[in-house]
Design a protein around this ligand. Structure first.
Ligand code: G6P
Ligand code: MG
Length: 212
C-alpha cells in the first residue's frame, strides 16, 4: 500500500508555471533573446540556472558566469513580484481535501520541489503547515531528473521509497521519481508521459489511487 504522497509544487499544487513563463519572457525580451512557449515545457522541474542555460541556447552570444547570475537574479525578482498575486484561492482544486484525507488515513504527505521559492509559495497559498515534510531547491545540489529531492523527502518522512507516490507535471520529475524507485502519477503537462504509472485529470482522482 502507498504510505506517502510526495507532491511537486509548481504546476501541481499551484499554477506558478505561468508566472515562471512570464518572468523569463520579460527578462528574455529585455535581453533580445528569443523565447516562446515551445521552450517552456523543457523548463518544468529544472533548476533556475539550468532553465537559464536552456533559454540561452537560442542566444547569439555567450555569457559569463556572473552575467548569467545577474540574469537569473533579475528573472527571480520579476517572478517573486508575480508571486505576490497568489492567495489561498490559488491552491489547486481538491488539494486541501485530499491532504486532509491522507492525514485521517495515516498516509504521509510531502513536497518535493526544485524551487528555492517553495517556502514563499506555500505561505502565500496557505499550505505552509499542512505537510509532514518539505524538500525543496534550497536543500539539494542536483535538480530533477536527479532523484535527490524525492529521496530527501522520503528520508524526512521515514518512508521507504517503494511505498511513495510522486505527483508530477514535468517529464524531468517523473524520471526523477522513477530513479528514486517510487510510483508516479502524471498531471497537466506531463499527462501523456510514458513514464507515468497513473494519469490524473485533477487532484481529486488521487483518492481512488491511494485509498482504492
Ligand atoms: C520548479 C519549476 C521550474 C523552476 C524550478 C526552480 O521545478 O517547475 O520551472 O525553474 O522550480 O524554481 P525557482 O523558484 O527556484 O527559480
Ligand atoms: Mg512542476
Amino acid at each position: 500500500a502507498i504510505q506517502a504522497v510526495i507532491f511537486d509544487l509548481d504546476g501541481v499544487l499551484v499554477h506558478t508555471d505561468r508566472f515562471h513563463y512570464e518572468a523569463w519572457q520579460r527578462m528574455a525580451n529585455e535581453e533580445g533573446i528569443s523565447f516562446d512557449v515551445s521552450i517552456n515545457d523543457r523548463l518544468r522541474g529544472v533548476s533556475r540556472m539550468e532553465s537559464l542555460d536552456i533559454i540561452l541556447e537560442k542566444s547569439e552570444r555567450s555569457y559569463t558566469q556572473s552575467e548569467k547570475e545577474d540574469l537569473a537574479d533579475r528573472k527571480n525578482e520579476y517572478y517573486r513580484e508575480l508571486l505576490l498575486q497568489l492567495t489561498p484561492a490559488d491552491a489547486a482544486e481538491g488539494a486541501l481535501a485530499f491532504i486532509a484525507r491522507c492525514k485521517e488515513q495515516d498516509v504521509k504527505t510531502a513536497i518535493g520541489s526544485s524551487s528555492r521559492n517553495t517556502p514563499m509559495i506555500l505561505e502565500r497559498i496557505g499550505l505552509a503547515h499542512v505537510f509532514d515534510a518539505i524538500a525543496d531547491g534550497n536543500q539539494i545540489v542536483r535538480s530533477k531528473p536527479d532523484p535527490e529531492v524525492f529521496l530527501l523527502a522520503a528520508q524526512q518522512l521515514g518512508v521507504d521509497p517503494a511505498y511513495c507516490l510522486v505527483v508530477e507535471d514535468a517529464e524531468a520529475g517523473l524520471i526523477a521519481a522513477e530513479r528514486a524507485g517510487m510510483l508516479k502519477a502524471a498531471i497537466g503537462a506531463a499527462f501523456d508521459s510514458s513514464v507515468a504509472d497513473y494519469r490524473l485529470r485533477n487532484l481529486a482522482e488521487m483518492a481512488e489511487i491511494v485509498f482504492g
